[in-house]
Design a protein around this ligand. Structure first.
Ligand code: DC
Length: 218
């Protein structure tokens, strides 16, 4: 399938890089993490405990999530600004461990990827959602660098908050990597890119180069 799958841990730069690659190629971009965040937000909003697997799974099954470019709609309402709230981030790493939630989301993501021409970002894209993606990238960076980037992104006070951020990211890494269904693992045929000491542009260039090489001459 003519698609780029970008997987990797939280804070590795997937979103910025995936958007950059999509823009350079003139392809669509799909952020699958935003869909798990939407399930988490819907649960929090409905007063459903994120730890209640049966209730969250039922809610995810009935939820009308639409992704339109950078916007996420739940039942037609734009919820994008709420998806990055800290309690939603925490709940998303819990609800994304539930097999029933994942199967609904994966079906939806496969449909949205359609015939291709899409850059899809997540944790299980190269392994589960688009195992036939033409280019697969596993984007990572050191824990220190990922925590520093997130702290900057959220404009937090560096000295007081980067240690806390590091702990929060390490906890999410563990939850993403140790869950029994589709844990975060590098696909056998994925190219490993470590962005710790590289600029966004360099990483985007490398991935666009991989796509051009996969397309072959002409
Ligand atoms: O990429 P993100 O931080 O927006 O993802 C939010 C949560 O969803 C995170 O805990 C990992 C999870 N996730 C997942 O399990 N599978 C995906 N394809 C994308 C995200």
């Amino acid at each position: 399938m003519i698609a780029v799958a970008i997987d990797g841990p939280a804070g590795a730069g997937k979103t910025t890089v995936a958007r950059g690659v999509a823009e350079r190629l003139g392809w669509r971009y799909l952020d699958t993490g935003a869909m798990y965040r939407a399930v988490a937000l819907a649960a929090v909003g409905a007063g459903v405990d994120p730890a209640d697997e049966a209730a969250v799974t039922a809610l995810a099954t009935d939820l009308a999530i639409e992704v339109e470019g950078d916007k996420v709609l739940i039942d037609g309402r734009d919820v994008t600004p709420d998806l990055r709230r800290p309690e939603v981030t925490n709940a998303s790493s819990i609800v994304s461990t539930y097999p029933g939630v994942r199967s609904v989301m994966v079906d939806h993501q496969k449909r949205m990827a359609g015939a291709g021409g899409v850059v899809v970002e997540g944790r299980d894209i190269g392994t589960v959602v688009l195992p036939d993606a033409r280019v697969k990238v596993f984007l990572t960076a050191s824990l220190d660098e990922r925590a520093a980037r997130r702290t900057r992104e959220l404009a937090l006070d560096r000295s007081s908050d980067s240690a806390r951020m590091k702990r929060a990211i390490a906890t999410r890494d563990r939850s993403d990597s140790e869950r029994s269904v589709s844990p975060l693992v590098q696909a056998d045929d994925a190219v490993l890119i470590d962005s710790s000491t590289r600029s966004i542009d360099e990483v985007v260039d490398e991935i666009v180069g991989l796509v051009r090489a996969a397309e072959g001459p002409g």
